[in-house]
Design a protein around this ligand. Sequence first.
Ligand code: AMP
Ligand code: MN
Ligand code: MN
Ligand code: MN
Length: 275
Amino acid sequence: MRFDLHCHSTCSDGLLAPADVVERAVLRGVDVLALTDHDELKGLTEARAAAAQWGLRLIDGVEISVLWEGITLHIVGLAIDAGNEPLASGLAAVRAGRQLRAEAMAQSLADCGIAGALDGARRHARNPELLSRAHFARHLVDRGHAPDTNAVFRRFLTPGKPGYVEHQWPTLAEALAWIHGAGGVAVIAHPGRYDLGPAQCDRLLGEFVTLGGRAVEIVTGSHAPDEFVTWAHHARRFGLLASAGSDFHGPGEGYRDLGNVPALPPGCEPVWSLF
Ligand code: AMP
Ligand code: MN
Ligand code: MN
Ligand code: MN
């Protein structure tokens, strides 16, 4: 069985509509797919219908942005009840916060001579409620401010650069309460991206376990193969299960493609043993 438990559609910052994500996953040999749009559940209805047609098993998912010790973390919720009201209204508030952040980002870019970035980003966002830095990045590439989105992030959209603004995301406790309230399983997404020191790593994993979190992404488009082994080791130390997902955003967008998810390292207990 081929699992891919992390990917995005046009309902957040992916480039393919939910049904097209499902079709591509099927054609690439995925048996079990979780659609995990940023702070948004809207794509799951369309994805579920497509999955039923194709005979793919769809896991309802979400990727929630969180602020923890001043660091933005992403927490994936898997097998959530997408009709759960506290989860839906929590995410609606996060999306409203994204609008304000987008306005502040556009102002910050305008201050360094790049006007009109908010309208530009909005033109790239298929879901007007969900504005991501990725939409700004695509606009800035269009306008020739950088050769590709990776370069845009290096020059503009990361801490200390013009266009980056601090943002008050929900807390780790809030995100886990929403996921658990909706019957889901909480997973720390791409932990290798957060640049955690050893003590901070143990604090995060310890707090996450205390709050009822169950798994860590081991295999992800954001980890090099040596990080698969490092994070498998950390997961085992804290009794956490292992997850795996491409973090696919679109053809040619840097991350792994759907289903391009190598096997978990030996000794991992997969999170899908729960499903
Ligand atoms: P946001 O949640 O709006 O802050 O945007 C984060 C999104 O930007 C991530 O989910 C990626 O899709 C994208 N992103 C972050 N860093 C990079 C990067 N270095 N290169 C390309 N895309 C990135
Ligand atoms: Mn993204
Ligand atoms: Mn992420
Ligand atoms: Mn993601």
